[in-house]
Design a protein around this ligand. Sequence first.
Ligand code: GLU
Ligand code: MG
Length: 428
Amino acid sequence: MTSPPAIFVATCDLAAQIRGRSVPLTSETSVMRSGTGWVPANLALTCFGDLADAPLDSTGDLRLRPDPTAVYDIPAIGSLPPLRLMIGGQTDLDGTDWDGDCRAFALRALHELEERYDATITAAFEHEFLLEGLATEGVPFGLDRYRAAEPFGSELLGLLAAVGLDPDSWLAEFGAEQFEVTISPAEGISSADRAIVLRQLVRDLASQHGLRAGFAPMRTVDGVGSGVHVHFSMRTRAGDALLYDPTREGSLSSFGARFAAGIVRHAPALVAFTAPSPASGLRLGEHKWSSAGAYLSQADREALLRICPTTKLSATPEALQYNLEYRAADATGNPWLILGLLVRAGLSGLDGDVEEPVLMAPPAPGSPIRPLPATPEAARQAIDDDPELQSWLPPLLLQTSLAVRDAERAATQNLSPEQIVQKVARVY
Ligand code: GLU
Ligand code: MG
């Protein structure tokens, strides 16, 4: 690959937007050392580009410092020149983590999981999106739609491989113009870093084909939703699988059942962060194959947490294939916050020592499954009702998150559901 002319040092904010600054490649050494300048109030930007009424004002300065383990060399894509994308953390001027930094929040949670339970997490963020502008619709999962999207699909797999994202599969999904791309799992923070990079690569490539990649949770109120499903497995530092126990219900270990219990218990407030836009609640609910309620199930694609199948046909042992899928996220959520909060919720489950029962089938109608927040108002209420979840976040990060969500809610409160969906879809 020819050398990229520029470096882009990036963070991802509460509206899941990738923001940052570029510097010439000649500045690489100094940027690696001391980062670039950054403004605290940037964290208070809503998805619509307004500044929320957060505890951040026109004062203060930060450094945006690249993590050497999160450097992604993006080759030229059509007319777009190569780029060295460096993902960074926001620090104070002396290099200490800034309390508003979502990546640092996730890193602390991962560290605690490792220190206290000898557990590491390996995850893959599975993305659905629309290729808006594709001339042919084709049938769901169809070869015709797969072919209609060529050469985009083949180029995407090549691009993901070139950038080190290890593509796993690419398919035409259920909805019109809808596709899904999966990449291999990665350990710890890299899994969330990769979600951020993946979205940009998809957007870049789509734009070069005269298409628009739409990651919004909904495109129309009655249409099919696009989710981000977080698959995760857990191992000890020595590499032993922690979630799998074939002698138990759903083959879920006691460790896994306790970790899951924390996620299920905190589901309503979690969802307020993992699917946070004013349109996100419209994707959730029954008969949408997204997530219909706060429960764990082996068989059900409407569960909050689904136990994914393993196969004896694979060369990989079942213990290492075994993973849980958190289905109630979408691409309006910050991947670091999603990962960090899932880990925090799991930790609270482990500490609480109560197992989550595995449902072996969808819940019977009328069973007492807690619903997930369907509106921005319900999402805000769910956070207010969960002081434990609030306590996991540094106050600055919590207050700014709430302010951003409040501002987005205010910006959409007089709109019809269809108008809300359209407004959010224009951003994502
Ligand atoms: N489109 C569904 C969602 O919004 C997921 C469908 C599936 O892949 O199971 O999450
Ligand atoms: Mg899918």
